[in-house]
Design a protein around this ligand. Structure first.
Ligand SMILES: Cc1cc2nc3c(=O)[nH]c(=O)nc-3n(C[C@H](O)[C@H](O)[C@H](O)COP(=O)(O)OP(=O)(O)OC[C@H]3O[C@@H](n4cnc5c(N)ncnc54)[C@H](O)[C@@H]3O)c2cc1C
Length: 465
């Protein structure tokens, strides 16, 4: 009787330790694939990370998620970090409006316990930043948006701004509703956004499940979840995590070979490229993905965060949005950062799609933003600024312009065993943590296809066990 030969353990190298790479590596390790994760930087978390500034722990940029971000929330659970996040019971966004004469008024975008789209009707009916006629226009626009088919390629050809105008929207509705949500989630104004991506955001977030848009945030610095927890969990799952390890070359062979800067050679049956599009363009073997020479055509869009520490508390809520002001969203970061100055408050102003400001000197940004914050928050006029600094992410997201969908590749390449992940790949989502995690699952699903391991159900973020 012959004894069965033990199956050789499959191997994988995941290049990139952002949320896409973390997800792919965990999935592969969970499926008994011997996995190495290489990350060029000294930390995991990619574009969603924290750093130290003296005693403060600072996030590179405020990150939020929504209840509908099932895959990201699934990863949070997988990392045992559920208790490190907050999720609103019901969507509630205070919107502070500033009129040209400096008058302030507070509106609220809140949801009620009613089915879609009535869950927002009450809030919209009393939304102070729109006239009654404009409120009706928003309802009509929302209903038209709800009816769009996301798989219609024509949607990626026109800008959301153009679509909104064709559907009766006014500059006021664009500012007070469509761009208020859209700029923060898509990192571009409606006129510069593909309708396909905008429709994805509004359909999923506001027009699907009533609770879909409830807002979640980390209650600790991002690094505690995306680096500390992720690293511990990866290592517990058996992943070899190499930091400060940049993949310099990928040779397609059997097995594939990844050369790190410094010379170390890693070989693996599966290689997941989980960096951004520039990493894929640099490392993919020629001809691996149709159109890969066009990856360079992907634009990018910046996000700026302006951090101000005041000697006194100025806001009581965790965050608010502003209209009629260059300020977009303001978050209270006091607790997260470990600020240890009695009575002081740390505010982070999160500014998306600020191509014209991203390279301005700090002094100029200070001259712009401090007076603006004082117009929005009168108590700031007498407050002392204890610290002021900025964080700039010049390539925070891909540019969601019309035509982007055609550039985004799926997880599979034409080279067996070489896969793509990253929020820039074809997830249907804009460049978000949710898109990143979904892409990691898609790459892992493709790598594990045919091995008897169940693909993950990304609709609810469940991890196969
Ligand atoms: C300021 C800011 C605010 C944001 N706000 C939000 C928000 O509120 N909500 C939201 O959902 N999303 C937000 N995003 C977007 C979100 O952070 C990203 O979409 C997501 O984190 C991308 O994850 P990723 O894994 O696809 O890519 P990345 O995070 O870019 O990770 C890729 C990793 O690969 C590594 N890498 C690249 N090349 C190599 C190589 N050759 N060898 C080894 N390693 C390599 C990189 O160092 C990097 O760590 C924000 C982004 C920024 C910058």
């Amino acid at each position: 009787m012959s004894t069965p030969t033990p199956q050789r353990q499959r191997t994988a190298v995941v290049i990139g330790g952002g949320l896409a790479g973390i997800t792919a590596a965990l999935r592969l390790a969970d499926a008994d694939v011997r996995t190495t994760l290489v990350e060029a930087r000294p930390r995991l978390g990619g574009l969603a990370f924290s750093f130290k500034r003296g005693d403060l722990t600072v996030d590179n940029g405020q990150h939020v998620f929504m209840r509908c971000c099932t895959a990201y929330r699934g990863l949070i659970d997988r990392l045992g970090a559920h208790d490190l996040t907050d999720l609103q019971d019901r969507l509630d966004v205070p919107v502070l409006g500033l009129a040209a004469d400096g008058t302030r008024s507070l509106g609220r975008l809140r949801r009620a316990a009613l089915p879609v789209p009535l869950h927002l009707a009450g809030s919209l009916a009393t939304y102070r930043h729109l006239s009654p006629a404009d409120r009706l226009r928003v309802v009509r626009g929302a209903l038209a948006l709800k009816g769009l088919r996301l798989d219609d390629p024509a949607l990626d050809e026109i800008s959301f701004g153009e679509w909104l105008r064709r559907h009766g929207q006014t500059p006021a509705t664009v500012e007070a509703v469509w761009d208020l949500v859209g700029v923060a989630t898509l990192n571009a104004t409606a006129d510069r956004t593909s309708t396909a991506l905008a429709a994805k955001v509004f359909q999923t977030g506001l027009l699907s499940d009533p609770g879909a848009a409830d807002i979640g945030t980390a209650r600790v610095p991002l690094g505690e979840i995306h680096h500390d927890r992720a690293r511990a969990e990866l290592e517990r799952a058996g992943v070899r995590v190499l930091l400060r390890a940049k993949a310099a070359e990928l040779k397609a062979a059997e097995p594939h070979a990844v050369r790190l800067e410094g010379g170390e050679l890693l070989t693996a049956d599966t290689v997941v490229l989980a960096g951004a599009q520039d990493t894929a363009a640099a490392l993919l073997p020629p001809g691996a993905v149709p159109g890969q020479e066009r990856f360079a055509d992907f634009g990018t869009a910046p996000i700026l965060n302006v951090h101000v520490i005041y000697d006194r508390p100025l806001i009581r809520r965790p965050f608010f949005a502003a209209i009629g002001s260059p300020v977009q969203f303001v978050f209270d970061r006091t607790r997260h950062s470990g600020l240890d100055v009695p009575g002081a408050q740390y505010l982070a102003v999160s500014q998306s799609a600020v191509e014209d400001e991203i390279d301005l000197p700090v002094a100029e940004l200070r001259d712009r933003y401090l007076p603006e914050l004082a117009r929005l928050l009168p108590a700031a006029r007498d407050a002392k600024v204890l610290d002021f600094f900025v964080t700039r992410e010049r390539t925070a997201t891909f540019d969601p312009a019309p035509g982007t969908a055609a550039l985004r590749p799926g997880a599979r390449t034409d080279v067996p065993g070489i896969l793509l992940a990253g929020s820039w790949t074809a997830t249907g989502w804009p460049a978000t943590m949710e898109g990143a995690v979904r892409s990691g699952h898609a790459a892992a699903d493709a790598a594990l296809a045919g091995t008897g391991r169940l693909p993950v159900d990304r609709a609810d973020g469940r991890w196969p066990r």
